[in-house]
Design a protein around this ligand. Structure first.
Ligand SMILES: *Cc1c(COP(=O)(O)O)cnc(C)c1O
Length: 367
């Protein structure tokens, strides 16, 4: 990029930032290559689309678009408080959970402070950290996942926030409840621990614990959730955090008054009550994950075992070149070289025919 004439005048953290690179939208790829009938398995979206109940509630409420949304998100906060058996003052609504992660960084980080997270952790943590002028401490991964002892080792006087994704994206790795409970008991009580549970609905492992279990024990714990993945509302941008009311009170001080739009609030409330849709989504993912792992194995391709709705597969040849060939054949997956995973591609689990299209296309490319 050419020299930015204002670079010397922006906040120090911003000057060194590289923006988040999202999965390529289908429309963009098709415009660029002049192709059609592409499939997108790149952003861990729900392949079923939003639930019909959500679509109906949105259609019914279009006439209210001229009104500002409820800035306090009263109804959604109360529905979430009921779901999580907590009080509504423990919930903070975000424009996606990324918005909440960013607000947490603005409240607790800043110049002279540090955030800790693992190698291969979700890309938003370094961006939100650095934007405040704080430093990131990145601990080496163990089997592509978090090494919690390594995280504890990095705690120092400057540590203000620890970000943990469980399961983690892009690796799909996860931590047991026991490991997290021990970890939480060892973290000094003034350091904020964020446990990001964007994929919690998909996890079936008996040794997994939802971090909400420990909210009453640890006032420094923040759990984040999203409606973007299993709930199928990525395009509406809505997520939230649950934490001690004193922390929620601070986060709410930087929250934009109308950060979640009225249709997103309504959709989230409706999605919460549509248990059948979540069941169906989880089942579709289980079947798709089985199809994907079996298909990869048949091609002799290694992958990182994942409990999410995506999987990182190790390419037998140059991953960037394979990604390019997949794009040319209308299959969009996610390169993860920006995470330091230069040999892998991340594939979101789609519908049966989408997964098959990916597997067949990959087979064609590598043979
Ligand atoms: C997708 C994802 C999120 C959710 O982002 P939204 O802003 O809620 O769409 C959060 N954390 C991780 C680890 C994710 O992969």
């Amino acid at each position: 990029m050419s020299h930015n004439q204002f670079i010397d005048y922006c906040m120090s953290g911003i000057a060194g930032l590289t923006p988040y690179v999202p999965g390529k939208p289908i429309e963009t790829l098709e415009r660029e290559l002049g192709i059609s009938h592409s499939v997108k398995l790149a952003s861990n979206e729900n392949p079923l689309g939003a639930s019909p109940k959500v679509q109906a509630v949105i259609a019914d409420n279009l006439s209210d678009l001229s009104r500002y949304p409820d800035g306090s998100a009263y109804r959604l906060c109360n529905a979430l408080a009921k779901k999580h058996q907590c009080t509504a003052d423990m919930i903070t609504i975000g424009n996606g959970s990324n918005d909440v992660l960013d607000m947490i960084a603005r409240v607790f980080l800043g110049i002279g402070k540090e955030a800790i997270f693992s190698q291969y952790a979700f890309a938003v943590y370094p961006i939100s950290t650095q934007a405040t002028g704080a430093q990131s401490r990145i601990t080496p991964a163990s089997n592509f996942g978090y090494d919690l002892d390594a995280v504890l080792d990095q705690i120092n006087d400057k540590t203000a926030v620890i970000f943990i994704a469980n399961p983690n994206n892009p690796t799909g790795t996860w931590l047991t409840g026991d490991a997290l409970a021990t970890f939480l008991s060892k973290v000094p009580s003034h350091i904020i621990v964020v446990i990001d549970e964007a994929y919690v609905e998909y996890v079936e492992q008996a040794e997994y614990s939802e971090a909400t279990t420990w909210l009453h024990q640890y006032a420094n714990l923040i759990v984040t959730r999203t409606f973007s993945k299993a709930y199928g509302l990525a395009g509406l941008r809505i997520g939230y955090s649950i934490c001690h009311p004193d922390i929620a009170n601070l986060i709410n001080r930087v929250r934009q008054p109308f950060n979640a739009n009225s249709l997103a609030l309504l959709a989230a409330e409706t999605a919460l009550s549509d248990e059948e849709y979540i069941k169906q989504s989880v089942k579709t993912n289980q079947q798709g994950m089985k199809q994907m792992t079996e298909g990869l194995s048949q091609l002799g391709i290694d992958y990182i075992p994942s409990v999410g709705n995506f999987i990182c597969a190790e390419m037998p040849q140059d991953a960037a070149a394979i990604n390019q060939s997949l794009l040319e054949r209308g299959v969009i997956v996610r390169p993860v070289a920006n995470y330091g995973l230069t040999e892998h591609l991340r594939i979101s689990i789609g519908l049966e025919q989408e997964n098959q299209r990916f597997l067949d296309t990959l087979s064609d490319i590598i043979k």
